[in-house]
Ligand binder design. Structure first.
Ligand SMILES: *Cc1c(COP(=O)(O)O)cnc(C)c1O
Length: 316
């Protein structure tokens, strides 16, 4: 398990690397939701998503333990985050991506000085390859969520939120593999036990919802949600027990609800948020998370968007 002390220690480790991201507000949004909505702007984070928090903590820990090479298996935000921090620390990194990886994302990884290797189409092919590369090169493989240092790093968001919005009633968080919400639960429930934490998944990527319902880790097969950062097939071995113990509620949102939040954020608040990053707000706007007159902190978890995809993210 990850303790509040682990999260505090992570915060000291990553303090020089990450941004303390601002809280954004919109009176129009408050009016529309009937509550006070505080948007935690992790799209303005280094590398464009919160993933740099966990990646920095885990990579620094690996390097302190002697690792001289870093690998990851992600074409998305985790891959970018690992590439960035490895290059900052002067450690070579290899990011294993699927053969059909989005060109824009691969360019972003290369811009952070990491090498890219293409391998297969599924994570079942990529992860063993990334682990093998780490083993062959005296390195460390950094997983995207199921790792204590990653979970602790993501939990640092809760420390910032409770400083920025001390009277927060509820924190609303998108759920993929559960590293983000797992870290937030470990920190927030220790710092302020009365704060509620609500997780949000797309209806078509409801693996954590089903797992909580069944009381055991349950996998789903392929999903095509526009929230590509939430397409994990099952919650993690480390993250799931944290959610089972501490999570207050998990709600589902439709693709249209995600699009409505994406469009509102872009049109009204001028913030470009990727669909995964708009999913928590989608639940609040749909009246599925938070109660009237409450103060909600809503995580905008990332802003990395292939601009040519934007038309697909708009409501028709
Ligand atoms: C990774 C990611 C998530 C989900 O985080 P997990 O730790 O996998 O639950 C949500 N939003 C964005 C933008 C992400 O990159």
């Amino acid at each position: 398990m990850v303790s509040l002390d682990d999260v505090k220690k992570a915060y000291r480790e990553i303090g020089d690397t990450i941004q303390k991201t601002p809280i954004l507000t919109s009176s129009l949004l408050n009016e529309r939701c009937g509550m006070q909505v505080c948007l935690k702007a992790e799209h303005l984070q280094k590398t464009g998503s919160f993933k740099i928090r966990g990646a920095t903590n885990a990579v620094k820990q690996a390097v302190a333990g002697g690792a001289r090479f870093i690998t990851a298996a992600s074409s998305g935000n985790h891959g970018q985050a690992v590439a960035y921090i490895a290059s900052q620390l002067g450690i070579p990194a290899m990011i294993v991506v699927p053969e059909d990886a989005n060109r824009v994302k691969v360019e972003a990884i290369k811009a952070y000085q990491a090498e890219v290797e293409y391998c297969g189409l599924t994570s079942a092919e990529r992860i063993p390859r990334a682990k093998q590369l780490a083993e062959d090169n005296h390195g460390a493989y950094i997983p995207p969520y199921d790792h204590p240092a990653v979970i602790a790093g993501q939990g640092t968001i809760a420390i910032e939120i409770l400083k920025q919005v001390p009277d927060v009633d509820v924190i609303v968080v998108p759920v993929g593999g559960g590293g983000l919400i797992g870290g937030i639960l470990c920190a927030a429930k220790a710092l302020k036990p009365e704060v509620r934490v609500i997780g949000v998944e797309p209806e078509t990527a409801n693996d954590t919802f089903l797992s909580l319902q069944k009381g055991e880790i349950t996998a789903i097969s392929g999903t095509t949600t526009i929230a590509d950062g939430l397409r994990t097939s099952q919650p993690g071995d480390l993250t799931f027990p944290i959610l089972r113990e501490h999570l207050d509620e998990l709600v589902l949102v439709s693709e249209v609800e995600i699009k409505e939040a994406f469009q509102f954020l872009l049109e009204r608040t001028k913030q470009l948020i990727e669909p995964s990053g708009a999913t928590a707000l989608a639940a609040v706007m749909a009246g599925k998370a938070g109660m009237a007159d409450e103060k909600a902190a809503v995580i905008l978890s990332g802003g990395n968007v292939d601009l040519y995809q934007i038309p697909h993210f708009l409501t028709s």
